[in-house]
Design a protein around this ligand. Structure first.
Ligand SMILES: [Zn+2]
Length: 344
């Protein structure tokens, strides 16, 4: 017989109650003949329990508990909760009977391995501990003065610690800015680290604060083919035209339908850039009274109207130089080819 848990409480530690199986009761009555010697020393009962009486009571109690367990087991119970015990003496006509009543609620319990107990099965590898300690140490230190050593790099590469990327980028920028990258492993290792990341992860890092960090990001974007149409469109919308056009030269490993849609929006946006210079009626020459059209660039230089790029500053009426226009034309052509390939 399985051991049934018997308790006066209403629950069993670390185990859930799956099913209530109802009240179980056990009543045992014992006649005077069993208590013959007890009855003989009846007065003893009030003065203090006799040894015999105590033994009889213990036996009675054990039998009642066994009876209760058996009834609960028959119902498929694992435990009896909220157990209450009552002793009663019924006496009269010179005879005495003794009754023990035990009641409790029979329940079915969850498997001991369920729930919180599963935690006891969990193991943690020493490698995981090492990584966690490394990360805590990393984020606890002052990153503005730190340079990763060989051990750091081996940790970062072998465990692909993406969460370190923003701080690594900060160190990379600092080293590029202030030491010209001399004698520092980060100049070599950071680009390697970026190349191990997925496109989405690498884009998130390399376009972070791009307006201020473009000088440091551009080569990495070019070398890792991290062209991102959405980021370019965002730059155009926030009037960062030069930064956006510069990115058009870069590539992506593969283009999705959505990329091509956004590239179409970029082309449209660039085609509709507002004029920054103007065409105005001016005197043809110093001594001439004849008027003719002149192209005035955004910097105020006057050119003849048939000149596309200002002879002085090199900007066209949209404020773009000739290499920017070439980039846009190349990009427009690339978009047309991609759109064609997508429709095949
Ligand atoms: Zn000019």
């Amino acid at each position: 017989m399985n051991k049934v848990i018997i308790t006066t409480t209403n629950q069993v530690n670390h185990r859930d109650i799956c099913d209530y199986l109802g009240l179980v009761t056990s009543n045992l009555v014992i006649g005077t003949n069993v208590f013959s010697d007890f009855v003989a020393s009846f007065s003893d009962f009030f003065g203090g329990m006799s040894g015999t009486y105590r033994n009889q009571l213990d036996t009675l109690y054990k039998r009642a508990i066994d009876d209760l367990s058996e009834k609960a087991t028959l119902r498929g119970a694992d435990a009896i909760l909220g157990v209450k015990i009552d002793f009663d003496e019924i006496s009269g006509k010179g005879k005495s009977m003794f009754m023990v009543s035990i009641t409790g609620t029979a329940v079915k319990l969850s498997d001991p391995m369920d729930g919180s107990n599963r935690l006891h099965e969990k193991t943690i590898s020493s490698r995981l501990v090492e990584i966690e300690l490394f990360k805590q140490e990393w984020f606890g230190r002052h990153i503005d003065t730190y340079l990763p050593n060989e051990k750091d790099w081996s940790m970062i590469f072998s465990n692909n610690l993406l969460e370190l990327a923003p701080s690594l980028y900060r160190i990379y920028v600092r080293v590029c800015q202030y030491t010209n990258g001399q004698d520092s492993s980060i100049i070599e290792k950071f680009p390697q680290f970026i190349s191990t990341l997925s496109y989405d992860d690498a884009v998130d890092i390399m376009y972070f604060d791009y307006e201020n960090l473009s000088t440091f990001a551009n080569n990495l974007i070019r070398d890792n083919k991290l062209f991102c149409p959405v980021k370019v469109l965002d730059l155009l919308k926030s009037e960062k035209i030069d930064l956006a056009i510069n990115l058009l030269a870069y590539d992506k490993f593969e283009y999705t339908h959505q990329d091509i849609v956004v590239m179409g929006q970029i082309v449209k946006w660039l085609d509709n850039l507002p004029n920054k210079g103007s065409v105005q009626q001016k005197k043809a020459g110093l001594l001439s009274s004849k008027m003719e059209d002149k192209y005035i660039c955004q910097n105020g230089h006057t050119n003849s109207a048939d000149i596309e790029f200002c002879g002085n500053c090199g900007l066209n009426i949209k404020g773009l130089n000739s290499s920017q226009v070439a980039l846009i034309n190349k990009f427009r052509y690339k978009f047309t080819v991609l759109r064609g390939l997508m429709q095949e």
